[in-house]
Design a protein around this ligand. Structure first.
Ligand code: ADP
Ligand code: MG
Length: 394
């Protein structure tokens, strides 16, 4: 998959095109009101870019899982309200997706203005990537822009299918994801270090497999480290173990003749995962039977921080320990701090990793915070993302 895609900046705005803009407005809603508008504000730069250049915008998104049925509780009405406030003019909501209301509102759109159509998933054809439905969507506009990175790993009508019927570009959010992650995967400033943690090897298998090929260093932490340590013959007590991934990990280590894979030499261990737990430091391969590794130890933190400091690119996915409890947060905090202070190009991805970075107030010290969730993981796995693959190449 090429990461070099045409963006909204490449659109010819001279004739005031109507743009079908796929956004990610999948926001939490309680009692008919949006409780966190982060995703809406994140989409503003692309919307404003289109409007300020003389285009008009037909905005669309999914919200929740209405499963192909019109369900008022999944209406985008609360989103239209917020958009109107943020944009400073009324953003009308079509009462349907590709029906008379959407067509009438889209047909009457003036340059510089925007409308929102209803929840795409009110139609089962959306997730089925139905070509007829894609065609109807395409009829609402002259140009298609995808800026819903979080849905880019799905081949749905609005994320991929519609690109067969309109010239297709990415918005500024996807442009940024492509530049940051695509750049790191294809031409990283070296040394390129990937830090992988979190709970299970099986969650991150694809990421490990792809990054071990590309990166110069793979720093393993979190619960997944103990499967590696056991594979090397270490004693891990009652630490997390992905027993059915032992063979895989053994093979991975055997093939690592370059010594890219780093494992935690020491761990913070405890007999139970709870606030106020008594902790000790132990060699990661010598954990007593009734104890478990809950964080990387101080020696490991220092060694990993050193590698991060001397890297050109760092991608981090997955906390180094059970950072939700202060007793086991030190490793995660030190890694986050080393990344923040490093001159490397730094990328953080994954819900819990981002939560950690936010908790330590370091998010704005990273070059890129990848909020794409499943799409980010598949990107790091080197998979083809249908929502990006379908866009025009440069
Ligand atoms: P992300 O959301 O950033 O992709 P994951 O969801 O893969 O990260 O992993 C996060 C979870 O891993 C956290 O809830 C954390 O408590 C857990 N975790 C990290 N280290 C350990 C460990 N040593 N033992 C058990 N759980 C761990
Ligand atoms: Mg998670």
């Amino acid at each position: 998959m090429s990461y070099n895609k045409k963006t909204v900046r490449d659109i010819d705005f001279s004739k005031g095109p109507r743009v079908l803009l796929r956004c990610d407005f999948n926001v939490p809603i309680e009692n008919g009101a949006v409780t966190d508008d982060t995703r809406i504000t994140a989409s503003l730069p692309t919307i404003k870019y289109i409007l300020e250049h003389g285009g008009s915008a037909v905005l669309c998104s999914h919200l929740g899982r209405p499963k192909g049925k019109v369900s008022p509780e999944f209406s985008l009405a609360p989103v239209a309200k917020i958009l109107s406030k943020l944009l400073g003019f009324d953003v009308p909501l079509a009462t349907d997706v590709v029906g008379l209301s959407a067509k009438a509102l889209a047909g009457a759109l003036q340059p510089g203005k925007a409308i929102l159509i209803e929840n795409l998933r009110f139609h089962a054809q959306e997730e089925a990537n139905d070509p007829e439905f894609s065609k109807w969507l395409a009829e609402l506009a002259d140009v298609y822009v995808n800026d819903a990175f979080g849905a880019a790993h799905r081949a749905h009508a609005s994320t991929a299918g519609v690109a067969s019927y309109l010239p297709a570009y990415c918005g500024l959010l996807i442009e940024k994801e492509l530049a940051a992650i695509g750049g790191a995967l294809t031409e990283p400033r070296r040394p390129f270090t990937a830090i992988l943690g979190g709970s299970k090897v099986s969650d991150k298998l694809g990421v490990i497999e792809n990054l071990v090929k590309i990166a110069d260093n793979l720093l393993i932490g979190g619960g997944m480290a103990y499967t590696f340590i056991q594979a090397k013959g270490g004693k891990i007590g009652k630490s997390l173990l992905d027993a059915d991934k032992l063979d895989y990990v053994t093979e991975l280590l055997k093939n690592d003749s370059a010594g890219k894979i780093h494992l935690p030499a020491d761990s913070v261990i405890t007999s139970e995962l709870k606030a106020g737990a008594v902790t000790e430091i132990a060699a990661s391969g010598a954990i007593p039977d009734d104890m478990l590794g809950a964080d990387i130890g101080p020696e490991t933190s220092e060694a990993y921080a050193d590698i991060i400091t001397n890297s050109g690119t760092v991608i981090w996915n997955g906390p180094m320990g059970v950072f939700e409890l202060d007793e086991f947060a030190a490793g995660t905090k030190i890694i986050a701090g080393a990344m923040a202070a490093s001159s490397a190009f730094t990328i953080v991805g994954g819900g819990d990793s981002l939560a950690a970075v936010n908790k330590y107030g370091l998010a704005d010290k990273m070059n890129h915070n990848a909020t794409g969730g499943g799409a980010t993981l598949e990107f790091l796995e080197g998979k083809v993302l249908p929502g990006i693959d379908c866009l025009l190449d440069r």
